[in-house]
Design a protein around this ligand. Structure first.
Ligand code: GAR
Length: 208
């Protein structure tokens, strides 16, 4: 069983897609062993509770220094012994130490076709605001391994989504989630859990 820890910040619709995938048998060989939020009282935590998954909040605001937050986050993750860490709408920069310790075992979902609309300042709804401002006709989502760069790790999968006339950031966000994110992320976890996908020498390798 692939032990998966999911890091979240908000609504947790991607978390829900993973939970549903595991429950429906679209994601096999996988156990979600914990959900960690940096924000208290978010819907993600309710979703974990409803699914009977261990969940906790580790908020940077609860610590005097950033380093203390990082230490607490790492300790909690280590305690869950994950094989894979999934950033599912985790809108906090993750500690370098975490990236080093779990090198090749962290994946992220981003709501654009990387390298467009990514990097510092591009997260959540802002990504869609910028895409609409720029007037692109196609956007989408990307699942990638996480490295020390911001949204720069090796790309696992991407899916394009059309931008429609009169889209608002909210409407576009929902379409990108429905047509791309909620499909790509569970699929990537299933591929990793079943040995069809790995990272070797900084490159994504596919088997079968
Ligand atoms: C998702 O659209 C995810 O791709 C995005 O935040 C949203 C979280 O929604 N992540 C990023 O922007 C990361 N840079 P959710 O909490 O409903 O899954």
């Amino acid at each position: 069983m692939l032990r998966v820890v999911v890091l979240v910040s908000g609504g947790g619709t991607n978390l829900q897609a993973i939970i549903d995938g595991v429950r429906d048998g679209r994601v096999t060989g996988t156990e979600i062993v914990g959900v960690i939020s940096n924000n208290p009282g978010v819907k993600s935590l309710d979703r974990a509770e409803a699914a009977g998954i261990f969940h906790t909040c580790i908020s940077p605001k609860a610590f005097p220094e950033r380093a203390d937050f990082h230490r607490a986050l790492l300790e909690q993750i280590d305690a869950l012994s994950p094989d894979l860490i999934v950033l599912a709408g985790f809108l906090v920069r993750i500690p370098e130490e975490l990236i080093e310790r779990y090198d090749g075992r962290i994946i992220n979902i981003h709501p654009s076709l990387i390298p467009s609309f990514c990097g510092v300042g591009y997260y959540g709804l802002k990504v869609h605001e910028k895409a609409l401002e720029r007037g692109v006709r196609i956007t989408g989502a990307t699942v990638h391994f996480v490295n020390a760069g911001m949204d720069e790790g090796p790309i696992i999968a991407q899916k394009a989504v059309a931008v429609e006339e009169d889209d608002t950031p909210e409407i576009l966000q929902k379409r990108v989630m429905e047509q791309a994110e909620w499909i790509l992320l569970p699929q990537a976890i299933d591929d990793i859990a079943n040995g069809r996908l790995s990272i070797e020498g900084g490159k994504v390798r596919r088997k079968g």
